[in-house]
Design a protein around this ligand. Structure first.
Ligand SMILES: NC(=O)c1ccc[n+]([C@@H]2O[C@H](COP(=O)([O-])OP(=O)(O)OC[C@H]3O[C@@H](n4cnc5c(N)ncnc54)[C@H](OP(=O)(O)O)[C@@H]3O)[C@@H](O)[C@H]2O)c1
Length: 286
């Protein structure tokens, strides 16, 4: 059996991993929430790893409140930078492969074509900066790592854009969504599959990888498709980032080039519309 620790075990991505874990009988999982293991506390991390043996650690733990991070810089840093460093050092000492999740927000959004893994990073928000610094802590402390940058995660679990749109479509008659940020949504269950396939393949081709679903759209067009597929009657309007102000600045364009991970795993990219369809079938509302 391959022993796998999942940190941040109660978050969206970790719940997606848990939901498909039975499809991987050769993997033996332990999921730890933030109350069980605080990755920002080196003593806790070292003690836990000294008492338990793993082959892989999937780090799903992160400070993910993009706007709040502008006001809680120290806390975001503690989790996304110190936490990542703690795991990297401990994984090195215990010969564990670390699979860490990062974000399209490490880029400034000035590109016109999909970002490749070796393009220069230049985060424009506190969240993006802390995620970029976390990547650096991992790559400088541990060679056995996969850093997977992903974008616009959604699923049937936890809070996310798709679930918010579906809720608002029941509460409101009209809605405005920004049309000046382009990216690619990613069904977190598809990402979960990719992560478990990397482990299953026992690949030693460590490094940074990009993964998202296939295509590029704005948040407005994503909302439009969510309402189309869910047959909602809500009236949708376009707005822009100047009108819909947020604390954190977001990249204008953050589409990821995913060809490296698809060739590593020999998989075909999945179109975002198809994945949305799969996810909507899983979402149930009380
Ligand atoms: N969501 C997106 O759109 C998106 C896009 C690109 C990349 N990502 C990256 O994808 C990864 C997974 O995101 P997600 O959507 O699953 O996030 P999520 O639902 O917010 O889950 C993050 C989890 O981390 C836990 N956590 C926070 N501080 C911790 C600590 N000090 N020690 C241990 N656990 C801690 C949280 O637990 P508590 O709730 O108990 O604090 C939460 O359950 C993250 O690395 C994120 O940066 C996300």
């Amino acid at each position: 059996m391959i022993k796998v620790l999942v940190t941040g075990g109660k978050g969206q991505l970790a719940q997606c991993i848990q939901s498909i874990s039975n499809d991987y009988p050769s993997l033996d999982f332990v999921f730890l929430g933030s109350n069980d293991l605080d990755i920002s506390n080196i003593n806790e991390v070292e003690n836990y790893f000294s008492e338990n043996n793993f082959d892989y650690c999937i780090n799903c733990a992160a400070y993910t409140a993009v706007d709040k991070a502008e006001e809680e810089q120290e806390l975001a840093k503690k989790v996304n930078v110190t936490g990542a460093k703690n795991l990297a050092i401990t994984c090195k000492n215990k010969d564990v492969v670390l699979i860490h999740i990062s974000t399209d927000f490490v880029f400034d959004g000035e590109a016109k074509t999909p970002y490749r893994e070796d393009d220069s990073t230049n985060p424009i928000s506190v969240y993006g900066q802390t995620k970029r610094d976390g990547e650096l802590e991992i790559s400088s402390n541990l060679s056995q790592h996969f850093i997977i940058r992903t974008s616009w995660l959604y699923s049937e679990f936890a809070g996310n854009f798709v679930k918010t749109m579906l809720r608002l479509s029941k509460e409101r008659e009209e809605l405005s969504v920004v049309d000046d940020q382009t990216g690619c949504p990613t069904y977190a269950k598809d990402l979960a599959e990719i992560i478990l396939k990397i482990i299953d393949s026992q690949s030693k081709q460590f490094g940074i990888y990009h993964y998202s679903n296939q295509g590029e759209i704005t948040w407005y067009n994503f909302a439009k498709e969510i309402f189309k597929q869910s047959q909602s009657e809500i009236k949708l309007h376009k707005t822009d980032s100047k009108t819909f102000k947020t604390l954190a600045t977001r990249p204008k364009y953050s589409v990821l080039n995913t060809s490296k991970i698809h060739s590593l795993l020999n998989l075909e990219p999945v179109k975002w519309e198809k994945s949305l369809e799969k996810c909507l079938k899983e979402i149930t509302f009380e």
